[in-house]
Design a protein around this ligand. Structure first.
Ligand SMILES: O=c1[nH]c(=O)c2nc[nH]c2[nH]1
Length: 454
């Protein structure tokens, strides 16, 4: 049996059931040397006090104050790592022009390893500081630079899922940012997988390679076929964009006469380790394919407002029990915080429910019954994300990895203002979800390793 590394004493929130939450006022969570939760006790347990005294005497007790809340680490299912320098600018164009004018020229710069090493450490640091313990990254088409991102995740202790992007369709990719050849790109991708798995210090697979066809328009059918074969060979994760805008949806129909989900399925890219970013224009048949294959959706509410030209079917996706988590979609949206994404997801659904045009009567303006709750969005950010990456994270339960953060509502520059006599436990959790900022996050652990400590 492995040794206990530390035990945390304090209050916690988590959401074992979608749309609901659990609050423990005083709990003791024991974490072993592998970073796994081996015991969760509350005051009702007879052994509670004895265990607290024991860990205290061994100097292994981390005791939270009354303004501090232990919460599961956040999972960001969709981050474009090289777009970090672009965050907060250039969202004036539709998707196609945005890619061609702003994004591809920036991503092309990552051929330069010095530039890579200038950007990626700051990105990983920023995400960790915002409580993102697991991140699923698109890197660029460059193998070495993409491996460097995985190395950086490992160095800073973030659970990273990193993809070398694949794009080889000459009519859609600029000459300065396209694979040299499909065959070379597939060889590079296979090498990338092997190099990430074999990175020094990655014995526990904290970082994993992800097959990453950018989206249907940027890939030839030979590329999709080759990546599908690699997905079967290595059983690794797959990530891509799915039916994200009118333009992208129509492109797939014109080229293949199929939806994106059908195309990915037919090329062997839909597995229970596939993460489909956006997934706005889903048909009933797409829902069935996603459910049957066990693929997941990364809901990116803020970038959908810029690029999707439509609102997400979040209510139906949750009701249909499709696997779904949240993505920041840096830098199709500017904010590197999944807490913020939770708020965006709720706002997005409320605008859909209410509709927008003041020229229409209230009862014809929106799509009634389509809102989601704060608890559902928080569930997606933690448990839903954990299921998508196929990792035991997102809950404080025995056997789960200790990926966690501490929110302190009493830091001097806090936006969260809690009054114990006035706020129910649910009020407190909703305030934390909606008002939390990086200054409130004072500790972050990934796999039991303390990676942020303020
Ligand atoms: O939001 C997006 N960001 C991207 O970089 C991208 N590439 C294809 N489709 C995309 N959508």
């Amino acid at each position: 049996m492995s040794e206990i590394k530390f035990a945390v004493l304090g209050q916690f929130f988590h959401c074992p059931i979608k749309g609901d939450f659990e609050y423990a006022k005083k709990a003791l969570i024991q974490v072993d040397n592998n970073g796994t939760i081996v015991s969760v006790m509350t005051e009702a347990d007879v052994e509670f006090q004895t265990q607290v005294s024991f860990f205290s005497s061994k100097s292994k007790l981390i005791e939270l104050s009354s303004s501090q809340y232990l919460m599961p680490g956040m999972v960001d299912l969709h981050v474009h790592a090289p777009q970090f320098p672009q965050a907060g600018k250039g969202l004036d164009l539709p998707l196609y022009d945005w890619l061609q004018d702003y994004t591809f020229p920036l991503e092309a710069k990552f051929a330069d390893m010095d530039f890579t090493k200038q950007i990626y450490p700051s990105l990983v640091k920023s995400l960790l500081a915002n409580g993102t313990t697991s991140a699923v990254y698109f890197a660029t088409i460059h193998k070495d630079s993409s491996v460097e991102l995985a190395r950086e995740c490992l160095k800073q202790g973030q659970r990273g899922y990193v993809g070398k992007v694949n794009m080889d369709e000459a009519s859609q990719c600029p000459p300065f940012y396209i694979e040299h050849s499909t065959a070379d790109a597939l060889k590079d991708t296979e090498l990338f997988i092997q190099e990430v798995i074999g990175l020094e210090g990655n014995q526990h697979q904290l970082v994993s390679p992800v097959l990453t066809p950018r989206f249907v328009p940027s890939c030839t059918s030979e590329m999709l076929q080759g990546l599908g074969e690699l997905a079967q060979k290595y059983q690794c994760h797959v990530q891509t964009h799915c039916s994200e805008s009118d333009w992208a949806r129509d492109y797939s129909q014109q080229m293949y006469g199929k939806t994106d989900a059908e195309i990915y399925r037919d090329f062997g890219l839909m597995t229970n380790r596939t993460i489909l970013a956006h997934s706005i224009f889903l048909t009933a048949a797409d829902h069935a394919i996603i459910k049957e294959t066990g693929a997941s959706i990364a809901h990116c509410p803020l970038s959908n407002m810029y690029f999707a030209n439509a609102a997400m079917q979040t209510r139906e996706i949750l009701d249909n029990d499709l696997k779904c988590g949240l993505g920041s979609d840096l830098a199709g949206a500017p904010i590197p915080s999944i807490f913020h994404t939770c708020l965006d997801a709720v706002n997005h659904s409320r605008v859909r429910e209410d509709g927008t045009s003041t020229y229409l009567a209230a009862d014809t303006r929106g799509e009634s019954g389509s809102r989601i709750s704060f608890l559902e969005s928080y569930w997606m950010a933690t448990v839903g994300g954990g299921k998508a990456i196929d990792a035991k994270v997102g809950l404080f339960q025995v056997g789960f990895e200790f990926d966690a953060l501490v929110v302190d509502t009493a830091v001097s520059d806090s936006n969260i203002f809690i009054i114990d006599e006035m706020d129910s436990d649910k009020d407190k959790l909703e305030k934390i979800i909606t008002l939390n900022n990086r200054q409130n996050i004072c500790k972050v652990w990934v796999k039991g390793q303390l990676v942020v400590n303020k």
